[in-house]
Design a binder for this molecule. Structure first.
Ligand code: NAP
Length: 301
């Protein structure tokens, strides 16, 4: 299939987390709109599969970049390597993010710090490097993956929710600082979405994953993409997520934490959901399972 929008022919979007879930669907939207892509993820085989798929489907340039954003120097390496290629990044999408389910007393400190590194430090660093160039050109767009979780304290997912609170606050503040330029920052707040996220976070036995209706990643990506293109500063994806955010505001901090906890408890429902239905996210899980021999969790450090 030919890319649709010739206006974006010489433009580049850099997307982290582009091999699964929401990031994969965003990559397809950018490619179908004619953007050339630089895709970042850790698993080289999966990255190559997605690269081949998008090149064949949309006739755009796709460059895979294998990087582990848990590693402190990775964001700078990406920036330097892109510069060395002589490429201008017109759109930065900070999608890669992870969580870890469990009581804070029991989760592993190194895993908590990895999540802060990925969800906050890598996002912040990539934003810092690329936004400066965008402001010099007075052109560019940034999409940050926040979450409904960033609007409410989440017992049993406490570190993850706190990182997403950072993403929301930071992105809204930066959007304001840039309001007199043609550079825009958009934060996308999805609710629970049908991806591999829950498996990496070992969250698959919870009420949310087993029992509730999850948003299709393609719909979430479409909401984010449209808001980004319009230069909106924030988009909450889906009516259910909007309602959750509204209810959480009404409930106050303590009440919102109590409500969120119920959704993160272990479900006793038999025959509930056990796996993602989204194809690219299932492919991601197969890769992780192949390398770790485990149905849940992330790649080993
Ligand atoms: N799913 C939800 O319910 C939900 C809701 C709200 C917000 N979000 C946010 O949406 C974003 C995307 O999540 P998703 O649900 O699409 O998850 P996903 O299906 O697990 O996809 C995660 C993507 O990020 C990459 N990634 C993970 N760790 C990485 C690392 N250390 N370095 C580089 N890349 C890494 C993965 O590829 P590799 O494994 O190959 O690295 C994959 O491409 C995240 O920021 C998440 O917090 C998700």
């Amino acid at each position: 299939m030919e890319a649709l929008n010739k206006d974006h022919r010489n433009q580049y979007a850099l997307i982290t987390g582009a091999t699964s879930g929401i990031g994969y669907e965003l990559a397809k939207l950018f490619a179908s709109d004619g953007f050339n892509l630089i895709l970042v993820a850790r698993n080289e085989d999966r990255l190559q599969q997605v690269t081949n798929e998008l090149k064949a489907a949309y006739s755009v340039e796709v460059t895979p970049k294998v990087k582990d954003l848990f590693k402190p120097g990775a964001a700078k390496e990406i920036y330097n390597e892109v510069k060395a290629m002589g490429i201008t990044i017109n759109v930065l999408v900070n999608d890669a993010g992870q969580g870890q389910w469990g009581p804070f007393l029991e989760t592993d400190l190194e895993r908590d710090i990895d999540i802060i590194q990925l969800n906050i430090i890598a996002l912040l660093s990539l934003t810092k490097y690329f936004v400066r160039d965008m402001v010099v050109r007075n052109e560019g767009k940034i999409l940050q993956l926040g979450s409904e979780a960033g609007t409410t304290p989440m017992p049993l997912l406490s570190v993850y929710a706190a990182t997403k609170a950072f993403v929301l606050s930071f992105s809204a503040a930066l959007a304001n600082e840039l309001q007199d330029t043609d550079v825009t920052v958009t934060v996308l707040l999805p609710g629970a979405t049908d991806t591999d996220f829950f498996h990496k976070a070992q969250q698959e036995d919870t009420v949310t994953y087993r029992e509730s209706k999850l948003a299709p990643p393609a719909e979430v990506a479409r909401d984010g993409y449209e808001a980004l293109m319009k230069g909106e500063s924030k988009i909450i994806s889906g009516a259910k997520t909007k309602m959750h955010v509204f209810m959480s505001d009404l409930a106050g901090t303590k009440g919102a934490a109590r409500n969120a906890r119920k959704l993160n408890e272990i479900s006793d429902k038999e025959n509930g959901r056990t796996e993602a239905t989204h194809g690219a996210s299932r492919a991601e899980r197969e890769m992780v399972t192949e390398q770790t021999s485990s149905r849940d969790g992330d790649y080993k450090r």
